[in-house]
Design a protein around this ligand. Structure first.
Ligand code: SF4
Length: 301
């Protein structure tokens, strides 16, 4: 007899993974979705644990990974993890605050298959620094310019709730030569929750769909925002069994349910996923980009 759990198992395939390697960060952004900061740590995942995750990921078809955190370049084995992924023919994006990029990283970032993503809050230094709660604007801006001068593919995500600020930040990035620019509202997770329980209806809805996130302690979640929804741990079970298991199916179903509930009061679904503007599902005519003027998003217009 087929059990409910067995019915909910699915083929363990994924296109992309977030390797959420650390909670340590030089910055202390007020909206940080996983409460990273200077006091954060690297969790219990070892270099070999991350190698094992990548080796398993390659066997189930993962073709691209994003190193994220926290600030991933602060994780001591991040370059080795990156090189392992490149050796497995994966594309590797490093989502960095670009406050301080050590010299060896610039060499790695210029390799075939590498790219950078970063967050940018304002063209005005004091506004950007108000968000990051450190004097970071000039450093981030200089390193964006350096990445462009070195020919490293780079995308930037503007996070904010005010259209005018997003627009001016976007113009500044365009003047610097950044072509891939997304924008997202502040999502109420981590520090942005303000002590409230996380609400799945604040997710974008793409979570767990061909993607998953692995945190510094090996916990797997549908995405980097939904870390409270652990669906397994790669230190206890194989990545394939977690991605095909009933826990992930339940998590995805419950996110869909939360979003359906919210859709009754909102004009459009799915919500935007501008944190990955390279993703074709994030094109303005297939998913909306509220707050990113001029928006081609029909439901929002
Ligand atoms: S939002 Fe990013 S840069 Fe800011 S504290 Fe969190 S991990 Fe660091």
């Amino acid at each position: 007899m087929t059990t409910i759990a067995a019915k909910q198992e699915r083929t363990p395939t994924a296109e992309s993974l977030w390797l959420d390697v650390t909670r340590k960060c030089q910055l202390n952004c007020g909206h940080c979705y996983n409460s990273s900061g200077p006091d954060g740590d690297h969790g219990v995942m070892t270099r070999n644990d991350w190698f094992s995750v990548l080796d398993q990921a390659a066997t189930i078809g993962v073709s691209n990974v994003t190193l994220i955190g926290g600030e991933p370049t602060l994780y001591p084995h991040a370059i080795e993890v990156t090189e392992r992924a490149l050796a497995l023919d994966m594309e590797v994006e490093v989502y960095s605050n670009l406050v301080h990029v050590p010299e060896p990283w610039w060499t790695v970032l210029q390799r075939e298959g590498m790219s950078i993503a970063t967050s940018y809050y304002s063209n005005q230094p004091e506004m950007h620094n108000q968000v990051t709660r450190r004097p970071s604007h000039a450093r981030t801006r200089n390193n964006i310019a350096k990445a462009i001068s070195l020919g490293i593919p780079i995308r930037a995500g503007i996070v904010g709730n005010k259209k005018r600020h997003i627009w001016t930040a976007k113009r500044d990035l365009q003047k610097m030569g950044v072509e891939k620019i997304g924008a997202d509202r502040i999502r109420e997770f981590g520090r942005a929750c303000g002590g409230q329980e996380p609400d799945a209806s604040n997710l974008c809805g793409m979570c767990g769909d061909g993607r998953a996130s692995i945190g510094p302690n090996g916990e797997v979640s549908p995405c980097v925002f939904s870390t409270w929804m652990s669906v397994g741990n790669v230190q206890d079970n194989s990545l394939a069994s977690i991605l095909s298991g009933p826990a992930l199916s339940w998590a995805v179903t419950s996110i869909e349910g939360a979003l359906r509930g919210k859709a009754k009061t909102k004009a459009c679904r799915p919500d935007c996923v501008p944190q990955n503007p390279c993703d074709p599902r994030c094109e303005p005519n297939s998913a909306c980009r509220p707050g990113t003027p001029p928006s081609e998003c029909k439901p929002r217009n």
